[in-house]
Design a protein around this ligand. Sequence first.
Ligand code: SF4
Ligand code: SF4
Length: 181
Amino acid sequence: MWLTSKIKQVLLVLKPGTVTLPYPFEPRPAPANFRGQPYWDHHKCIGCGGCAAHCPARTIMIRDVCQELRVMVYDGGRCTYCGRCADVCPENAITMTDRFELATDDKADITQTMELFMATCSRCGRCYDHEITNAIDRMNERGYRYDNLEYRVVIPRGTEHLDDDLLKKTETYKRPERTGE
Ligand code: SF4
Ligand code: SF4
């Protein structure tokens, strides 16, 4: 009686066959639109800082070493793979990869660092901002820029977002004259 019961149990278990995956020997491919570790393409990145500003986990840090050199550091230990950085990147420089097996005892394995050379104006020394993607259109829109010392603004010519009141103030502003040495 006992033996019959055991045989029945074994047959019951064997009937469905193998129902589990042979992971980790044969990892299953990630599904479409899977969000794994983000990857930065430094050829596309313009260093605008949008990804760092929108990252809810404060995973991306930016340091300006000097006027021309901006360093971006991605600390994968904090990343939640939410994909917000890739959503907001204006240059599509961030790809959500299918990498998720990232356990490590060396933080360097999940850290990405980019050193970006920031193009600066040879006249005023400030970085360009890239509201317009086409380089030829950008030349038309930029030209010389007027730095207003009192209001500390740089006015890109032809920008759509310029505050009219601010523009009036800068037009009437006169730089103080030297009153003698
Ligand atoms: S995937 Fe989310 S948490 Fe990770 S770096 Fe991008 S915005 Fe931050
Ligand atoms: S949002 Fe895109 S272009 Fe801007 S700093 Fe991040 S990766 Fe670079």
